[in-house]
Design a protein around this ligand. Structure first.
Ligand code: SAM
Length: 187
């Protein structure tokens, strides 16, 4: 069972994340992606970014936690949602962009590489990826929840074999300069 499949962990996350969302990321994405484009969101969690993205784009929301999907579905019965693991991304649908906000740090780096390969297969030509990570080095686990931290160079090395990097930028979420945003184009 993944960490967020436990309802109490999902509820604790919602409380902890109060006041935070991907508004700035969505604003940035709109500079590079036409309104109406079809986005796959990986690890949507409670769905705050899905709501924001849906103001401009057609969005398919996904998560590995059925708890989060069920919570969102209860308020949005018509939402396009799928239970998907970020590593295997088992769908034959194709997208204009793939987005995640603080999700892919939960994968070990070898699994992130598998995910990046799979994302390339799911994207249309010239499709975009936009992913937010925690900045830092090394890894740690809390309560069985794994976190891998990355530098700008780490992420450039991971994404550049299959993608043209548009930007890898430092930004601040909970602490000063604690986060990294990767924006890259399929090639
Ligand atoms: C820190 S939360 C972020 C949730 C949401 N993106 C947000 O910004 O509030 C991490 C999310 O990633 C999901 N997740 C973790 N591992 C995953 C995996 N292997 N595949 C898909 N989703 C995963 C969790 O279930 C959780 O919803």
């Amino acid at each position: 069972m993944s960490y967020y499949e436990k309802e109490s962990n999902a509820i604790a996350y919602i409380k902890m994340a109060e006041g935070y969302d991907g508004r700035e990321l969505v604003k940035e994405l709109r500079q590079h992606l036409e309104d109406g484009s079809h986005i796959l969101e990986i690890g949507m969690g409670p769905g705050k970014d899905l709501d924001l993205l849906s103001e401009y784009f057609t969005v398919t929301g996904t998560d590995i936690s059925e708890v989060f999907l069920d919570m969102y579905r209860s308020n949005h019965p018509d939402a396009d949602l799928m239970l998907l693991d970020a590593v295997t991304l088992e769908t034959d649908r194709k997208f204009d962009a793939i987005y995640s906000n603080k999700v892919l740090q939960h994968l070990k780096t070898d699994k992130l590489i598998d995910s990046i390969h799979r994302q390339k297969e799911l994207l249309h030509e010239d499709g975009l990826v936009m992913h937010a990570f925690w900045k830092g080095s090394g890894s740690e686990s809390f309560d069985g929840l794994f976190f891998q931290y990355y530098s700008q160079k780490d992420l450039a090395d991971l994404f550049s074999p299959g993608f043209e990097i548009i930007k890898i930028e430092v930004y601040s979420e909970m602490d000063m300069d604690d986060s990294l945003l990767v924006l890259a184009k399929n090639r």
